[in-house]
Design a protein around this ligand. Structure first.
Ligand SMILES: Cc1ncc(COP(=O)(O)O)c(C=O)c1O
Length: 433
């Protein structure tokens, strides 16, 4: 038995307790119960190792259990951990200042919350109060969180229905640039925006456009020309831009924030996920002085701005910079594209990475782009997991292997994944009939 694992009876007892007492939002295979995690690798109760292409749900940007983050958190724990939202700690003040320094446009005010969805709720409140209008535009395929306000900005009807958030007339969708499956014959860089423009013109009371800079659900990466024109359109109409960088921020796309790739200067920006360095849960809304002038928050999340999470977040930002992990993200994203393309597998339809955000879209036929049936996609994901690759399945059609490892992933680890993917696709195809 490895020292990282438990005895068989201990492991089995834990797995049984989990299925008895823990409720998860999705049905599907049994969870992997992890007892140890380091860098890009996690170890389960049985001592089996996996390469983690989920980064703990896109959180552990610098790798699992980074020593510098542990040290910052432990040292903070001996001083102060949690204070009321009315008070401050040096850690939360210093993190606020650091965040203002690293955002694409100096957004002078930070508002801390405890999760991405909460941050979105506050971003919505800020925009609505500032513009005295409730109407918001969001993109096809968007995901902005699980709370009722955020669900009104989610494209998935299934998600909305789960919370009783019906299609409201105060939010509306505009087309997103899903270029691999572009519905327009030509000029695809911006043609979808003609339709967006019409929608914006139908809703003259729009307060803001809310968008992920790069859409995380399946990695929908807008062309430069698309963002340029959408940004011009919203400026011409005096609309605020709320960028949701909860998943794209903190180096994930090969820039500190994905807005930098497109030269965007949002009025409000949200970040979360990895912001706590994996220590507790921390999110933030950054906004300009002008937008928050007179803002009334109403109430505050109880654990917002936890000092231990803030200290860990500061250590995370320093680590991203000092260890050049943002550069590694950009470089490994390109390398990942190459090694998967080299497989030249007939089921690999599209490989989309912006840094280490994105994945591989699977198709039954490369020419027609017919979506690979879900049953086969699930078999592929299960076989990859069996082979020691932790990943999730995503995308508008549920056929994208979402591959977002910690930003410290190495070329050798990506080679290991590519070899596993190549073998898995072949063996599933052989038995698919
Ligand atoms: C783009 C984006 N916005 C918002 C959220 C919601 O964040 P949280 O789950 O921390 O509430 C997520 C979570 O996946 C996300 O990816």
């Amino acid at each position: 038995m490895s020292e990282k694992s438990l005895s068989k009876s201990q492991a089995d007892a834990l797995v049984t307790k989990d299925s008895k007492h823990v409720l998860r939002p999705w049905s599907g295979g049994a969870p992997v119960t992890i007892v140890h995690a380091e860098g890009s690798t996690v170890t389960d109760v049985h001592g089996k190792e996996y390469l983690d292409f989920t980064s703990g749900y896109f959180v552990n940007q610098a790798g699992h259990c980074h020593p510098r983050i542990i040290e910052a958190a432990v040292s903070q724990m001996g001083r102060v951990m949690q204070v009321s939202g009315k008070q401050a700690t040096p850690a939360s003040i210093n993190l606020a200042e650091r965040l203002v320094e690293i955002t694409p446009r100096p957004l002078a005010k930070t508002f801390f919350a405890t999760g991405g969805s909460e941050a979105i709720e506050f971003a919505i409140k800020m925009a609505r109060q500032h513009k005295s209008s409730e109407t918001l535009a969001y993109l096809d395929n968007a995901y902005h969180g699980l709370t009722l306000g955020a669900l009104e900005l989610c494209a998935s009807e299934k998600y909305r229905q789960s919370g009783g958030a019906t299609l409201s007339d105060r939010t509306y969708q505009i087309p997103n640039p899903y270029c691999y499956r572009c519905k327009y014959a030509d000029n695809c860089a911006t043609q979808c925006l003609d339709e967006a423009e019409e929608r914006l013109d139908e809703h003259t009371d729009t307060a803001a456009v809310v968008a992920e800079t790069v859409q995380s659900v399946g990695g929908i990466i807008p062309p430069d020309a698309w963002w340029k024109r959408l940004d011009e359109m919203r400026r011409e109409r005096g609309l605020l831009l709320i960028l949701d960088e909860i998943q794209t921020g903190l180096g994930r796309t090969g820039a500190m924030f994905a807005a930098e790739h497109y030269g965007l200067e949002p009025d409000i920006l949200t970040a979360g996920k990895g912001l706590s360095g994996g220590v507790g849960s921390l999110s933030v809304v950054l906004a300009s002085d002008e937008v928050v002038d007179g803002f009334y928050g109403g109430t505050t999340p109880t654990n917002a701005g936890n000092a231990v999470s803030a200290a860990a977040g500061l250590a995370l930002i320093d680590t991203l910079i000092d260890e050049r992990l943002i550069e590694n993200s950009a470089h490994m994203g390109r390398y990942f594209t190459e090694v998967v393309a080299d497989l030249d597998d007939p089921w690999v339809g599209d490989i989309r990475f912006k840094g280490l955000l994105g994945g591989v879209e699977l198709v039954a036929d490369r020419h027609s782009k017919e979506v690979l049936p879900r049953e086969l996609v699930s078999r592929i994901a299960d076989a990859l997991q069996e082979d020691g690759m932790l990943l999730t399945v995503s995308g508008p059609y549920g056929n994208v292997l979402r591959l977002q490892p910690p930003l410290c992933i190495t070329a050798e680890q990506l080679d290991t994944f590519a070899a596993s993917l190549g073998g898995t696709l072949e063996s599933v195809r052989r038995t698919a009939g």
